[in-house]
Design a protein around this ligand. Structure first.
Ligand code: AMP
Length: 253
C-alpha cells in the first residue's frame, strides 16, 4: 500500500491512474478506523478500480479544541486495517501542508451551515467542505464514498460538488451499527462502560415511534444531555453528550 503525505505526489499518482482509464474511489476519514469505515472501503472496492483513503484529523472542523486534542489516534492499527482491506493508497497529510495558504481560502455555505450540527458547532461545516474540496482536488476521484451517519455532512458535500461542477459522484453508504443498534463512531472509544450503555439506550430510543417530546423526556430521565433533536426531511436527527462525548445519529422516520 502506498503511503503518501505530500499533495502533489498523490495528485500525480491519481492523474496517472485516471490517464490509464482506472476509476478511483476515495474514502476520506479522520482515522481510528472501525467497521463503519471498512464498509466504505468495501463499497468503494466493489465499484472502482483503485481505492484511495485519507486519514487527516482536520483542525478547521473542530470548534472545540478539547475535542480536537482528545480525538483518538490509532494510526499503526489503521494502516494494518487498510492493508488488509487492500486499499491501494493512503494519504496522510499534515495540517501544515493542507493549509499552506494559512487558511486564506475557504468554502462558505450560506444557508444550511447553522442547521442541526451547525447550530452548536459554528464553522464546522465550512471546515468540512473546505477540506473535502482540497482532498478531492488532490485525489481526483471518480466517486467519493461517505457515510449516512453524518447525514448533514453528506448532503452538504453533495450540494458543494454540484455547485462547483466537480466531476465526481458522491455515494452515500448506510450506517453500520453494533449489535445493540449504536452507530459505530471513533468517539465511542472514549465512552465509559456506563456511558456505552447510555449510548445504546440513545440509539434504541431514537428509532422508537415516540414524539420528539417523549424522546427528550426519556433521554433526560437517563441523564443524557441533548444537544439537538429534530425531525427534518423525513428523518429524525439527534446529537447528545454522554460522558462529555458528543454523539450524533439519524434514522428515517
Ligand atoms: P470520520 O472518520 O468519523 O470522519 O468518518 C469518515 C467517514 O466514515 C464519513 O463519511 C462518515 O460518515 C463515515 N462513517 C463514520 N461512522 C460510520 C458508520 N458507523 N457507518 C457508516 N459510515 C460511517
Amino acid at each position: 500500500m502506498l503511503q503518501i503525505s505530500l499533495p502533489h505526489e498523490l495528485q500525480t499518482y491519481a492523474l496517472q491512474q485516471r490517464r490509464e482509464k482506472r476509476t478511483i474511489g476515495f474514502v476520506p476519514t479522520m482515522g481510528a478506523l472501525h467497521e463503519g469505515h471498512l464498509s466504505l472501503f468495501r463499497t468503494a472496492q466493489s465499484s472502482c478500480d483503485v481505492v484511495i483513503a485519507s486519514i487527516f484529523v482536520n483542525p478547521t472542523q473542530f470548534n472545540n479544541p478539547e475535542d480536537f486534542k482528545k480525538y483518538p489516534n490509532t494510526l499503526s492499527a489503521d494502516l494494518e486495517l487498510l492493508k488488509k482491506e487492500k486499499v491501494e493508497a493512503v494519504f496522510l497529510p499534515t495540517a501544515e501542508v493542507m493549509y499552506s495558504d494559512n487558511k486564506r481560502f475557504s468554502v462558505h455555505e450560506s444557508t444550511h451551515h447553522l442547521d442541526l450540527c451547525g447550530k452548536t458547532r459554528p464553522g464546522h461545516f465550512d471546515g468540512v467542505l473546505t477540506v473535502v474540496l482540497k482532498l478531492v482536488q488532490i485525489t481526483q476521484p471518480t466517486k467519493i464514498f461517505m457515510g449516512e451517519k453524518d447525514y448533514q455532512q453528506l448532503q452538504l458535500v453533495r450540494e458543494m460538488v454540484s455547485a462547483f461542477f466537480i466531476p465526481t459522484e458522491v455515494i452515500g453508504c448506510p450506517t453500520v451499527r453494533d449489535p445493540y443498534g449504536l452507530a459505530l463512531s471513533s468517539r465511542n472509544a472514549r465512552l465509559t462502560q456506563e456511558g456505552l450503555l447510555k449510548a445504546r439506550l440513545f440509539a434504541e430510543t431514537l428509532k422508537a415511534p415516540l414524539t420528539l417530546e417523549a424522546l427528550a423526556q426519556t433521554l433526560e430521565k437517563n441523564n443524557i444531555k441533548i444537544d439537538y433533536l429534530e425531525d427534518k426531511s423525513k428523518r429524525r436527527f439527534a446529537a447528545v453528550f454522554i460522558d462529555d462525548v458528543r454523539l450524533i445519529d439519524n434514522v428515517p422516520l
